[in-house]
Write a protein that binds this ligand. Structure first.
Ligand code: PLP
Length: 404
């Protein structure tokens, strides 16, 4: 991979912060956008803009073609069988809420159970809790070992005849752990239970193939894979989506409406009430094409090498504590240094132009399990370099010396 050439695609990387070149290590929160993505948004507004699926006029048809072509790009990217299985949403959070709400409505009743893991993002906990409050279901939690790996033996013990769904993250946004979701889906299926995979932190960094995983549902956000904000995906096997009731009501999701009876549109439109973000879907498709053109395997290998380098260098710092030592890990590193508060460390790194995340990373149950309030998190994207990692190390050393 020619990183310098890739960096030129991202205008924001030329910025300075407090007079220092920006080093952007907050890719787990959101990624920067290549020019092709931003250009596609601007160009579509300037030259195509019209509401989709409704108009007989030229622009509307062109906008509809772009929008539906984007669905096909997503289908290919995750290797779904059909575009009927690709529902556009606002992002991972909305996708999980959609699923929890509709699946809960159709298939869960008081006393039923959902299995999640201790390392879930709040967006894969709270929707199930809202459902629990409404329906009286209960939530079972897969524990992890001290390396930050889910305990599969404990997972197997959580199944009962009340288990209706498993909902787990593929890559932890805090620990970087890559969970063995293929095996976990197989185990769920052996119990006749479907599985939702939160791919928010995996899809930008590794090949995600829904058929190979045999995932029943899989969700992700466009903005974490170099695409626009406000657009995301819910993949669901057609046989499942067919059985679920609509989520929101409105235009587009209906076949026929009368005050006596309304019938619903076919998949995937049944779940897409109202005007969709058709500009955003084009941007998302451009982002996926951008990633595909570089090659997701190449990106994975490059980021793996960068992460190993960063881990090695971080461990050279005395008092360094890294959370998450899973054998299989992605490009997210959470740490604390001595007694320096994570906010102080993050704020001082920012003064050096280095953007990292601090806090609980929307994973408070995981923080409780770790017995901490928060960490500093560096998360890499395809444009980060070893030189930037060296700057991070120098920055931490400097701050450490200040505190000592
Ligand atoms: N799941 C995981 C693992 C995440 O890291 C995030 C965001 O950080 C989300 C879900 C929520 O994504 P969004 O805010 O794009 O809906």
């Amino acid at each position: 991979m020619d990183i310098q050439r890739i960096r030129e695609d991202f205008p924001i990387l030329n910025r300075t912060i407090y007079g220092k070149p920006l080093i952007y290590f907050d890719n787990g929160a959101t990624t920067q956008k290549p020019r092709v993505v931003v250009d596609s948004l601007v160009n579509e507004y300037y030259s195509v803009n019209a509401n989709v699926h409704r108009g007989v006029h030229y622009l509307s048809q062109q906008a509809t073609e772009l929008h539906e072509a984007s669905r096909e790009t997503v289908r290919q990217f995750i290797n779904a069988q059909s575009t009927n299985e690709i529902v556009f949403t606002r992002g991972t959070t909305e996708s999980i809420n959609l699923l929890a709400s509709t699946f809960g409505e159709a298939f869960m009743k008081e006393g039923d159970e959902v299995i999640v893991s201790v390392m879930e993002h709040h967006s894969n906990i709270v929707p199930w809790q809202l459902l629990a409050n409404r329906k009286g279901i209960s939530i079972k939690v897969i524990p992890m070992n001290d390396c930050g790996e889910l305990m599969l033996d404990e997972y197997k013990k959580l199944f009962s005849n009340r288990t209706k769904i498993v909902s787990i993250v593929q890559v932890s946004n805090v620990l970087g752990t890559v969970n063995p979701v293929k095996e976990m889906i197989r185990i769920a299926h052996a119990h006749g239970v479907p599985c939702l995979i939160d791919a928010a932190q995996s899809i930008p960094h590794m090949k995600v193939d829904v058929q190979e995983l045999d995932a029943d549902f899989l969700v992700f956000s466009g903005h974490k894979i170099y695409g626009p904000t406000g657009i995301g995906v819910l993949f669901g096997k057609e046989e499942w989506l067919d059985k679920l009731p609509p989520y929101q009501g409105g235009g587009e999701m209906i076949q026929h409406v009368s005050f006596e009876k309304t019938t619903f549109n076919e998949l995937p439109f049944k779940f897409e009430a109202g005007t969709p973000d058709y500009i955003g879907t084009t941007g998302l498709a451009k982002a996926l094409d951008y990633v595909s053109n570089i090659g997701i395997e190449q990106i994975a290998n490059y980021e793996q090498e960068l992460t190993e380098y960063a881990l090695k260098r971080l461990y050279e710092i005395p008092d360094m504590h890294i959370f998450g030592k899973a054998a299989d890990r992605g490009s997210v590193i959470s740490f604390q240094v001595g007694n320096i508060h994570h906010f102080d460390l993050g704020t001082l790194l920012d003064r050096l132009g280095i953007a990292v995340r601090t806090g609980h990373h929307c994973a408070q149950p995981l923080m409780q399990r770790l017995g901490i309030e928060g960490t500093v998190r560096a998360s890499f994207g395809l444009y980060n370099t070893k030189e930037e990692v060296d700057q991070l190390i120098m920055g931490i050393e400097r701050i450490r010396n200040m505190f000592n």
